[in-house]
Design a protein around this ligand. Sequence first.
Ligand code: FAD
Length: 442
Amino acid sequence: MFDVIIIGGGLSGLAAAVQLSKDGAKVAIFEQAPRLGGRCYSYIDEKTGDVVDNGQHVLAGAYHNLLKYLDAIGTRHFLKNETSLSLLFHHPVKGRAKFELSSLPKPFHIVMGMLKYKLLSFQDRQKLLKVGLVLNGWNNELEKKLSTMTVDEWLVDMRQSEEARKNLWHPIAISIMNESPAKASAFLLARSLRATFLGQKSDSAILISTVGQSELYVNEAVNLLKIRGAKIFTSTEIEGIELLNGKAVGVRLKEHKLVKAKSIISTVPPYALRKIIPHSYKTEKPFCDLGRYEASPIISINLWFDSEFMDFDYIGLIDKNLQWIFNRRRLMNESKSGSYITTVISGAHKYIETSKEKLLDCAIAEIHEVFPNSRKAKLTSSIIIKEKRATFSATNIYERYRPGAETPIGNFYLAGDWTDTGLPATIEGAVVSGFHAAKLVT
Ligand SMILES: Cc1cc2nc3c(=O)[nH]c(=O)nc-3n(C[C@H](O)[C@H](O)[C@H](O)COP(=O)(O)OP(=O)(O)OC[C@H]3O[C@@H](n4cnc5c(N)ncnc54)[C@H](O)[C@@H]3O)c2cc1C
């Protein structure tokens, strides 16, 4: 008999377990995969000996709950901490330019950053200020309005020109939302921008791991949980929730084995949750809405070359199929020779069925355009990872159906980045939801 069973060992499950075990609860995690971390993991590539993530993750200083989690497991020092936002972009005609916040006190640091962004005309730069003003005047009326608009509709409403959308807002929005601006919720983007730019100055800093994701999020959490007596079962799928008199009494494993607990937290995505909900609850809210979930993919193309051609950490690409290129060698402070880079396509609906050969050709052609000296470098290895269900598709319609942590089954709670966190699908959202569910149980 456990105090709490957590179904799913992704970031939300780990965060809930770390919190609950700190408070002395007898916790068990059941994870169907052979490893923990869920949509956030890394492994060592045998051929190159390098750490490969299932997708490059970018974090922000505004991820306060995630930072609390990393402090708890003792791995925050693995983050490369920039003091303030500085995004380098490549434009096919205008070349490179940085969108960066200045060292002035807030809000002048943003104003100067906007006015100095060289990829826009001076008139367009001035109009960027309108976005800051709108976010600063946040109220219920604005929230309501944003809940009916897509990102693109909102940007047009704020008189952001096509150039401003293409050369600044779209690259930022697609990375935050993992969905095209024509579909993504303006409400969720606006909330994220507000948290990042209008909070403390450090909230806008980009934080990137200097180690693989499993080392950053998982390994030390497992050590801590074991010290605290938590039980972790990997390669163990939960097949159902067992009820008695309307209360959850435990979870069912293969061959009808029952494991009992006083409370249960599910952190699995909606399509997995649908399969384990007791039949008698399938038509009740929020469970009847689980079928509304739609996924949005991310493609990561990892490339190794025999020489180096990128002497900075990362760059955003405008008007290309690839959206970002990350210099893994530099980010991970490695002195090995040659290049190891990761390119990312978020909201990758239209590329997900494209063959890996075509994706590779396209990536190399675009890298040659962005870094002409890369033409001399020889490709020595490549790994393409397609995450079909990287995140939920963050639309206004889906936003209406995201459930809270409490369910009609009194001692059965929900967590996961797809629950009602007020955030797009992010690590911060996953951790917030895990902490919140843990609080409700205790
Ligand atoms: C390629 C990629 C790039 C990303 N980039 C970023 C980024 O830059 N910044 C950012 O903040 N976020 C990013 N994200 C999103 C972030 O990774 C997720 O929001 C977060 O990892 C979700 O965690 P979770 O615990 O909610 O869900 P999950 O990680 O999906 O965890 C749920 C777990 O439940 C398990 N499970 C399912 N069914 C069962 C069952 N029946 N029994 C037992 N276990 C079960 C699953 O195997 C899984 O491990 C990215 C995601 C991907 C895939």
